[in-house]
Design a protein around this ligand. Structure first.
Ligand code: TXA
Ligand code: MG
Length: 331
């Protein structure tokens, strides 16, 4: 049994699913809940609809989109030369937070793939996303539903905050259960490569593949989430080891309002600090991460200070997102 299958079947409202299907067929973009983060969804076989996603997100045109499908039976519609490894992974992790990079099928529009000959495919487990895919049948292109470079959306409200009435429908699906984006594995070369870490870990992938799955060290724009700065709040945000965090807090001037995000209780109370205690468990931390960053951003504080998390295992993906949320791109 796949541990990521959401049981919240009662979130499915048939009328909304049919409305979503109708809008997708009409070439519109909608907000779609998934178990990782919410997506901005459009018909992947309609280039004009897909172009609307890029315009809405303000996303560079060479950053490819993931196509969401209802099950691995649809892989052949979008990909070619599919290695057996792909099916090993889909059997273990689909539906769920894993995206596979495969060689694209000839007809797939370059607008989806950023002009590359590969395609990202994912089968989400969220019951609302599944219900839409079952009715729609085709592929749904969906990047995370945030403005380019900003913190991803983990609730329908986040999507409405970012896009308001620019999209005709945001499907309600509760709070995203995983909370950070899918693990992306490239299967187009001899050795599987993790392009973006996620809550399906390197060790879990290697256990299924029975071979190494190396973490890509490249900072290439093939994966926009691999740009140095991404997922970033608007408020200046930095990471500190615990002792440095305390030292920094002790130096704050009385007017320096800050938010601290840490896995410990506040060891002191200073009026200028809003302390947000996070779970010391990677799965639960990931669930709350973007919500906490967005909430902190809205408080109008001068700085957000985050306690460093472990680099390894379950924490690797959170470590990666925090790193990118706290660097500034030069331009
Ligand atoms: O969990 C997720 O993956 C969410 C939900 C909505 O499914 N989607 C998501 O999409 O995170 P987005 O566009 O924010 O990030 C997708 C990443 C991008 O960094 C993109 O560059 C990469 O996937 N990607 C897509 N197709 C690719 C390809 N053919 N080769 C390499 N990277 C690719
Ligand atoms: Mg994104």
């Amino acid at each position: 049994m796949n541990k990521f299958i959401t049981k919240a079947k009662d979130m499915i409202n048939k009328k909304d699913i049919l409305k979503a299907d109708e809008l997708l067929r009409a070439g519109e973009v909608i907000g779609l809940p998934t178990e990782t983060v919410y997506g901005l969804a459009a018909d992947a076989s309609n280039p004009e609809a897909v172009k609307k996603i890029f315009a809405l997100k303000n996303r560079p045109i060479d950053h490819p989109l993931i196509v969401h499908i209802a099950s691995d039976r649809y892989l052949k519609d979008w990909a070619t030369d599919i290695p057996e490894r792909a099916y090993q992974l889909t059997r273990a992790f689909w539906p769920g937070p894993l995206t596979l990079i495969l060689k694209k099928a000839p007809f797939v529009s370059p607008i989806i793939t950023g002009g590359q000959d590969t395609i990202g495919l994912r089968c989400p487990s969220h019951p609302v996303a599944q219900a839409v895919l079952q009715v729609f049948q085709g592929g749904i292109a969906a990047p995370s539903a945030n403005r380019f470079g900003y913190t991803s959306a983990t609730s329908a409200n986040h999507v409405r905050q970012d896009f308001g009435d620019e999209i005709p429908l945001v499907l309600e699906g509760g709070v995203s259960q995983i909370g950070i984006e899918s693990t992306i594995v490239d299967l187009t070369s001899n050795s599987p490569t993790i392009l973006r870490p996620g809550m399906i870990t390197q060790a879990e992938l290697e256990a299924v593949l029975k071979c190494p799955a190396l973490l890509s060290s490249k900072n290439s724009p093939r994966v926009s989430g691999s740009l140095a700065s991404h997922y970033a709040p608007k408020t200046p945000t930095s990471i500190f080891e615990w002792n440095d965090l305390l030292a920094h807090c002790n130096k704050l001037a009385p007017t320096d309002q800050v938010t601290v995000i840490a896995r410990e209780k506040a060891p002191f109370h200073l009026p200028q600090i809003i302390w947000k205690e996070m779970p010391d468990n990677a799965e639960r931390y990931a669930q709350l991460l973007y919500h906490t960053l967005r909430e902190s951003d809205q408080l109008g504080v001068r700085e957000i200070l985050i306690e460093q998390v472990p680099h390894e295992g379950d924490w690797a993906a959170i470590y990666d997102r925090l790193k990118r949320a706290t660097v500034r791109n030069e331009n």
